[in-house]
Ligand binder design. Sequence first.
Ligand code: SF4
Length: 463
Amino acid sequence: MNAIPPFDAELLRRYDRPGPRYTSYPTAPHFTPRFSAADYRRAAEASNSDPIPRPLSLYLHVPFCLSPCFYCGCNRIITRDLERGERYLRYVQKELSHVAPLLDSDREVIQLHLGGGTPNFLKPELMEGMVQALGREFRFSTRADRDFSIELDPRSVNPEGIAHLASLGFNRASLGVQDFDPSVQEAVNRVQSVEETLAVVDACRAHGFRSINVDLIYGLPRQNLAGFARTLDTVIAVRPDRLAVYSYAHLPELFRAQKQIRAEDLLPPEMKLRLLELAIEKLSAAGYRYIGMDHFALPEDELSRAQERGSLQRNFMGYTTHAETDLIGLGMSSISRIGDVYAQNARELGAYEAALDAGRQPVAKGLKLDSDDLLRADLIQHLMCQGEIVPAALEERYGIEFADYFSTALAKLAPLEADGLVRIRPDRIEVTERGRMLMRLVAMCFDRHLDQQNEPLRFSKAI
Ligand code: SF4
């Protein structure tokens, strides 16, 4: 996988079905409330006693945003009261006092990510206090390749704020842009100028951020080809190392803010496809490579290199170059992965705080993967990162006979093979150039938990 796949409108239209994005397998809707903090503790103990304990990734969810973007599907709280950040971090500190003692103190943190919501909602002194608290509880790596990343809303951070983040050790930033077209921005309630956005990009570079990612969305209300072309040209001109180009998923029953979007402003599927085609054309011409699942990177970016080496990984934070870590999620709704266990905190702030007030770790649900889950998770991870499945490797690792074990999945795969999305060779199953934009549909064939009847309600469509 590297060059951006050619655009095939007919195929994309035909296969435009809902499906998970596979940042985990099994996916979060399959976590169970029977999973408890005691299960989390057992997973942490087991991971500490591995012969070579994995390094750690930390994720902190900061849920607050100053105003609602109408397209948003994130778990966030809209408020202009900046003091709420302080109260929230007091609770995160309480959570830390439960979590940090469970993990051996010599395990190195090689990745820290602040997501949201809007992490830069936090006042600088609060952000500093939080990073210091994490640094006291965990052993931050001092390696040059550690990743300390933060999602930034360019509307609420300035160059001084970026300098401060750099001084705290942040070296990667992900900027929400979506579209610079003023009419689109008005329709989605996110007015953000080109100038303020580019000032943040410049400041990140000036302060030594190693990598900048920009998020765009196609399929937003009122988008058109000319406006999106200008957005793409403007973004490409500053050469972000990585770009994510997401499809807008209109699911107003799930995401209340989307009810603010007027039906007459929504795009017909045909236009959505043309916008995707435009993005692919422009990113290809600018030399970007396709990493997978809406993500693109410059050839010299670490993601592209990791993909070439076969060492690319995917977790709740997206694609990453770090080898396997245990992921520790902090804050409301955050998800942890420790060894063969997923654990998710209470999704609502009230429940998150109530658990901590009662002296409990705020784990609300989770899942211990069984041997079948582990095998399929491995298969799907490799598929999403390398675009292929290697049966002999799985047979050796898991003691299975691939064709027999996956006979149902292979039957589901047959029509995709007939349509040229995958190629089944004697030694591997490859996602073809045609199939690369539809990789999640290939993964779905191997997903034992998928309940086809409910998927339209839970997941966005592939395109
Ligand atoms: S898109 Fe980002 S900034 Fe906008 S409401 Fe959602 S989380 Fe907040």
